[in-house]
Ligand binder design. Structure first.
Ligand SMILES: *Cc1c(COP(=O)(O)O)cnc(C)c1O
Length: 224
C-alpha cells in the first residue's frame, strides 16, 4: 500500500470514529494530497490563503477545505466562496470581515474561535477571559453569515505532557463555559479542535472532537 494511504489507515485505527481528522497539507504537493484523496479522505487543512487558493483551483471540488492559520481581513474574500470551515478566527474584527464577505457571497461560514492556551507568545488567539467579555457584549444574531461551531487551540510545543494536558483541559473548560452561557440552545456549537501529530492522544482524552494532523500522515518535512 502507498505510504500516505497506509499512514491514514493506521492513524484512523487509533482515533474514535466520533473524532474528525483534518489532514494538514500545508507545504505538501497536489500529488501527495491526491494520494490521500484517493484513499477516501476528504477533509484537508491549510494555513496560508495563497497556497490554499492555488490548491483549490487544481484539486477535486469535493475536498472539504479548512483554514487553520492566521487570516488577514483583506484576504477573507478569496476563500469565502468555497471554504468549509475557518478554524482560526482570532478577533472580532476578523469575524465581522468574514460576515461581510460571506453575506456578499451568499454563504454562511462555519467558524471556530481560536483561543490562546499555550505559554508561548507566538501562538495567536483570543484570551479566554477577553472572549467571554466580548461575547457578553456581542449580539450573535447580528452575525447572520457566520456560524460559530466551537473553539480551536494549540498547546505549547513541549515534552511536558502534564502541561499539554492542562492546556487542553483549559480549552475544554472554556468550551463548556461558552456553551452554557451563550450557546446552550445552539446545536452548531459543539466542536473542540485540538491535537496535532505529537499530542492528539492527550487531546482526545481531554475531549477533542477535531484533530489536525500533518506529519503523521504525510511524513516529516525534509530539512534543507
Ligand atoms: C501544522 C499545523 C498542524 C499539524 O501539525 P503536525 O504536527 O504536522 O501534525 C495542526 N494545526 C495547525 C494550526 C498547524 O499549523
Amino acid at each position: 500500500m502507498a505510504r500516505i494511504a497506509e499512514n491514514i489507515m493506521l492513524l484512523r485505527q487509533q482515533i474514535p470514529l466520533s473524532v474528525k481528522v483534518v489532514a494538514v497539507s500545508k507545504n505538501k504537493s497536489a500529488e501527495e494530497i491526491i494520494e490521500l484523496y484517493n484513499s477516501g479522505h476528504r477533509a484537508f487543512g491549510e494555513n496560508r490563503v495563497k497556497e490554499l487558493v492555488k490548491k483549490k483551483e487544481i484539486l477535486p471540488d469535493d475536498i472539504e477545505w479548512h483554514l487553520i492559520g492566521h487570516l488577514q481581513g483583506n484576504k477573507v474574500k478569496y476563500i469565502v466562496p468555497f471554504i468549509s470551515m475557518i478554524q482560526s478566527v482570532d478577533s472580532l474584527k476578523l469575524m465581522n470581515a468574514i460576515n461581510t464577505e460571506a453575506s456578499k457571497a451568499g454563504r454562511i461560514i462555519p467558524c471556530l474561535l481560536q483561543i490562546c492556551i499555550a505559554s508561548e507568545e507566538t501562538k495567536s488567539g483570543f484570551d479566554a477571559d477577553e472572549l467571554v467579555r466580548m461575547l457578553k457584549n456581542l449580539n450573535l444574531r447580528s452575525l447572520t453569515h457566520v456560524k460559530i461551531c466551537g473553539v480551536m487551540g494549540m498547546a505549547t510545543f513541549t515534552d511536558d505532557h502534564e502541561q499539554v494536558r492542562s492546556e487542553f483541559r483549559s480549552l475544554a473548560d472554556t468550551f463548556k463555559l461558552l456553551k452554557n452561557r451563550y450557546f446552550s440552545g445552539d446545536d452548531n456549537f459543539r466542536e473542540i479542535s485540538m491535537g496535532m501529530s505529537g499530542d492528539f492522544r492527550i487531546a482526545i482524552e481531554e475531549g477533542s472532537t477535531i484533530v489536525r494532523i500533518g506529519t503523521l500522515i504525510f511524513g516529516k518535512e525534509i530539512e534543507t
